[in-house]
Write a protein that binds this ligand. Structure first.
Ligand code: GLU
Length: 304
């Protein structure tokens, strides 16, 4: 399959499509991102790379980092992880408190904020210096030694993080947070503030394309079964309360972030990352989703 030709064709077809999205502003630092950036990178099962536009410019990966924290927690805890967080789509906004109250402090899944906060709490307990552990893992997987988080964005998240603070406190009241609330929030904000390029993203998560084994490194990151399950959770829960729509239109497991990035994988075939900062009403990249929909339609390569 000549992915580069398809990339270039789609880029010219999409050039005139009006971007109806809006850059996230609830985290002040994200509102400064140039809104018209567009990048994509695909890495196939033979590790050939295909690039489009701003594929080598770094941006805040936000909730895509939750795939990394889930990976680290799952491979450490094994199946016992699911006692503290579920695997059901929430059907509610990513920062909703209502459902958490009804569910007794057990978040629906690891990708809504409450679930990611529980995962952060678990990792803090299990791993001293967990921020460095996760950054090291990200550097190794991406092959980018320069990879960092943005202190400016983390701080910006902190000053507007009232809902996240409420979620941790509510779960602490239910006994599902074991560490200091501030420590959990601090790690969570830094995790979400990790910056990557589309190329970094596509490469980092290749193990999910390859049954848990990272190509290039030839290192097992998670078991085959864990890889299947992380993909399953991405498929059902990776796009806020629009996971059904993403599955319907694109047909790949993936995860998005409010920085405008989307990471998706086609097991055995490729990993792909897209970045376009303007978001639709559900918080997913407007053009990113359009591009991926056109890509899987044109190539006929999706999991369905
Ligand atoms: N750090 C963001 C928040 O907690 C993550 C949002 C996202 O990308 O889903 O609000």
């Amino acid at each position: 399959m000549n992915y580069q030709t398809i990339f270039d064709t789609l880029a010219s077809e999409m050039a005139d499509v009006e971007d109806r999205g809006h850059v996230a502003t609830y985290i002040e630092a994200l509102s400064h991102v140039p809104p018209d950036r567009f990048g994509a990178c695909l890495i196939d099962h033979q590790e050939a790379e295909y690039h489009l536009g701003d594929s080598n410019e770094s941006f805040s990966i936000q909730s895509i980092a939750k795939v990394l924290s889930l990976t680290l927690a799952y491979r450490t805890a094994g199946e016992s992880l699911w006692r503290r967080v579920g695997v059901e789509p929430s059907g509610n906004p990513f920062n909703s408190l209502v459902q958490l109250e009804y569910d007794g402090g057990i978040p629906r899944n690891p990708f809504i904020n409450a679930g990611a906060l529980v995962i952060c709490d678990y990792l803090i307990t299990e791993m001293p210096g967990v921020l460095d552990v996760i950054l090291d893992l990200a550097r190794r997987l991406s092959g980018n030694e320069q990879l960092v988080y943005s202190q400016e964005i983390a701080e910006s998240e902190r000053v507007s993080g009232f809902r996240n603070a409420a979620l941790v406190n509510l779960m602490k009241a239910f006994g599902n947070i074991h560490n200091d609330v501030e420590a959990v929030l601090d790690f969570y904000f830094k995790l979400c503030s990790i910056k990557m390029t589309c190329r970094d993203l596509a490469r980092t998560f290749l193990y999910l394309m390859n049954n848990g084994l990272q190509p290039g490194l030839n290192e097992r990151i998670v078991t085959k079964s864990q890889s299947k399950r992380i993909n399953a959770v991405m498929q059902t829960c990776g796009f806020y309360d629009e996971a059904g729509e993403f599955t319907f239109r694109v047909g790949l497991p993936g995860k998005s972030g409010v920085g405008g990035g989307i990471l998706a994988v086609h097991p055995q075939h490729y990993g792909i990352a897209v970045w376009s900062p303007r978001l639709n009403a559900k918080g997913n990249s407007y053009k990113g989703m359009l591009f991926l929909e056109a890509f899987t339609t044109r190539t006929g390569l999706s999991v369905f």
